[in-house]
Design a protein around this ligand. Structure first.
Ligand code: 5GP
Length: 176
């Protein structure tokens, strides 16, 4: 490993096994729903959403939203703004938000507040990683991949200053 390269926190096989389990759970829960709309939150979700959506055994559509923290220097300062909205009208649809990571919970709370008034038939959340000890908001996660410690993680779609997104594992970088 080169100096400064991420150290493995969750290996690729473990991620894929867990994503398979989540897909089976989601497929079973929505079997009677007709169709599920997966809403990916860019950019970090793109690999998780790609893997999850291909493992689902139910009819599904995919749409994306893009959000950004107001303060780019501190991604978790709290304030979030919408950069790209959905193309889909979600009224009457079963919607599953697919998020890479929940830290303080601000982003997920913002999304729920944005989407609930659009009157979806149901609105649930599927999150790969949660930093439990950092959570400030009482946001509901219906499907969770892993709880992780309070570390800056990269890989499997997640970045550090736009690097490391394509790593197949979840790794840790030193951010000092
Ligand atoms: P929140 O605090 O609103 O729950 O999370 C804000 C956003 O910060 C997440 O959606 C994610 O984009 C980013 N974030 C939080 N923790 C990490 C981390 O450890 N690694 C990366 N790459 N992004 C993170």
């Amino acid at each position: 490993m080169r100096p400064g390269e991420p150290e493995v926190l969750i290996p690729e096989e473990e991620i894929l096994r867990r994503v398979g389990e989540l897909a089976r759970q989601v497929s079973a829960d929505y079997e009677a729903a007709g169709e599920l709309l997966l809403v990916g939150v860019l950019r970090g979700c793109f690999i998780f959403l790609a893997d999850l959506s291909r493992l689902l055994a139910i009819p599904r559509r995919i749409d994306f939203m893009a959000l950004a923290a107001y303060d780019q220097e501190a991604a978790s300062s709290g304030a979030v703004r919408l950069i790209m909205d959905l193309r889909t009208n979600i009224e009457g649809k079963h919607v599953l938000i697919v998020e890479d990571i929940v830290d303080t919970g601000n982003t997920l709370e913002y999304l729920m507040n944005l989407l609930l008034p659009r009157r979806p038939a149901s609105l649930k959340t599927c999150v790969l990683l949660r930093k439990k000890e950092r959570l400030e908001k009482d946001v509901r996660i219906d499907y969770l991949g892993f709880d992780i410690p309070d570390l800056w993680v990269v890989g499997y779609g997640l970045d550090h200053m736009d690097r490391h997104r394509a790593l197949p594992f979840i790794g840790v970088v030193k951010t000092d």
